[in-house]
Ligand binder design. Structure first.
Ligand SMILES: *Cc1c(COP(=O)(O)O)cnc(C)c1O
Length: 311
């Protein structure tokens, strides 16, 4: 899986708003690559796994929250590649009743099933995870490992994400993608032509992302972040977003996730309504996956007596 090129389908979607505005919208179905190593996480891991193998490392260590798409992707991909995996997870309380954690958290359960070893740390320790003293303490505890940062973004991840677009995709005017740490959009920016525009929809609050992206895209100016659709921050949502995801599924049969792709698509449709795109525009939206996170998200919605995402 990590050694052969993968191309996914561009599926055209038909919403009444698109006809009204004379715009064509396609979804690149990166979510179909694998149920757990989904979409961009496969792209980001491909060259990192090859690098770990070349360096003769037998263990990958990485970081994430309890519902992280990246954590489960590393666990499953690592197992496929014959590598051991260690996940440093935010929230030491999860360790206290580990059996219950595994029973109630589908993300960690899948990672555990694939052999990932966990270290649950306090929020404070987690904040300091990039300091050399913390990394040294991990080396003392676990021995040698190949480190992949939280969210998986590094040069090799960007290189993998440059393979999302095909030559044929140069025909689209706009390429849209959800943004977390900025690795995926960086690859798209590098692979897109200078006359295409890559639009990023940050899934979290804050204005630090441009600064993260710039070093990976070497002066390219064919991109823009649209920060209006984070819905209050990372993993935050409201009933409009959930209703949108459910309606989009009904109309297109494409499942979106509430953390990334749902917010991106909500933003695209809202911008279309507001005439952001000119008539005859063609838009390619990247479905980066994340479907595995819906189960845990629905459990949290259910606890608050909120409407659930239909699956
Ligand atoms: C991780 C993730 C992203 C964000 O990717 P970055 O490279 O961190 O910007 C987007 N969509 C989904 C579904 C993800 O899991």
């Amino acid at each position: 899986m990590f050694n052969s090129p993968i191309e996914t389908e561009n599926q055209e979607v038909h919403l009444s708003i698109l006809k009204d505005k004379n715009i064509r919208l396609f979804v690149k179905r990166e979510d179909t690559i694998h149920p757990f190593v989904s979409g961009n996480k496969f792209r980001k891991l491909k060259y990192n796994i090859q690098e770990a193998q070349q360096l003769k490392q037998d263990t990958i260590l990485t970081f994430g929250g309890a519902y992280s798409n990246h954590i489960v992707a590393v666990a499953v991909a690592g197992k496929m590649a014959g590598l051991k995996t260690i996940g440093i997870i935010r929230g030491e309380e999860l360790a206290k009743e580990f059996d219950k954690t595994i029973a109630t958290n589908a993300t960690l359960r899948e990672a555990h099933k694939n052999g990932m070893k966990f270290l649950f740390v306090t929020r404070e320790a987690y904040r300091n995870k990039t300091t050399s003293s913390f990394v040294t303490s991990l080396e003392l505890k676990f021995g040698d490992f190949y480190l992949i940062p939280e969210g998986g973004t590094n040069e090799l991840a960007v290189k993998g994400c440059e393979e999302i677009l095909t030559k044929d995709d140069a025909k689209f005017d706009h390429i849209c993608v959800a943004v977390g740490t900025g690795g995926t959009i960086s690859g798209l920016i590098n692979a897109a032509t200078n006359t295409q525009k890559v639009l990023g929809f940050p899934a979290l609050k804050g204005d630090f992302l441009s600064k993260e992206i710039k070093p990976f895209v070497k002066g390219k100016e064919n991109w823009k972040l649209i920060p209006a659709y984070h819905f209050g921050g990372y993993a935050k949502s409201n009933s409009d977003l959930i209703a949108f995801i459910n309606q989009f599924k009904e109309e297109t049969n494409i499942q979106l996730d509430p953390i990334y792709t749902g917010k991106m698509m909500f933003g695209i449709v809202d911008l279309i309504k507001k005439n952001y795109f000119s008539e005859n525009s063609t838009i390619l939206a990247i479905h980066t996956g994340g479907i595995q996170g819906i189960e845990g998200f629905n459990e949290r919605l259910a606890k608050k007596n909120k409407k659930l995402i239909t699956v």
